[in-house]
Design a protein around this ligand. Structure first.
Ligand code: SF4
Ligand code: SF4
Length: 99
């Protein structure tokens, strides 16, 4: 990973350190083949739930991972910020509710 990617991870961990796990369980889904590891979701996540990681098998070399799902508050900022539709929040639960 590049320096700015490691820095994004460190800043996310610092935000997480100030939080407690969320009382509500939220499900995060990353579509790895769409994720280009830009880090926009890592930067915007208020709870430090996400981290970047090396992904040597992927096209872009870096991708996002859900590092601490229990901290996710389901705000969907990551989903809204992702330019590539590569991360979804509570997708299955909401699809079931529509049926
Ligand atoms: S999930 Fe989207 S915003 Fe997050 S690193 Fe991947 S492409 Fe970027
Ligand atoms: S829904 Fe909110 S808290 Fe959960 S990973 Fe996305 S930005 Fe972070």
């Amino acid at each position: 990973m590049e320096k700015f990617e490691r820095q994004a991870n460190e800043e996310a961990l610092a935000r997480r350190a100030k939080r407690k796990p969320s009382p509500k369980k939220n499900e995060l889904t990353v579509v790895s083949m769409y994720c280009k590891g830009c880090g926009l979701c890592v930067d915007i996540c208020p709870t430090g739930t996400l981290q970047l990681e090396d992904n040597i098998e992927g096209k872009f070399g870096v991708s996002v991972k859900v590092d601490a799902q229990e901290f996710c508050i389901g705000c969907k900022m990551c989903e809204q910020r992702c330019p590539d539709f590569a991360i979804f929040v509570n997708y299955e639960e909401e699809e079931k509710d529509k049926q």
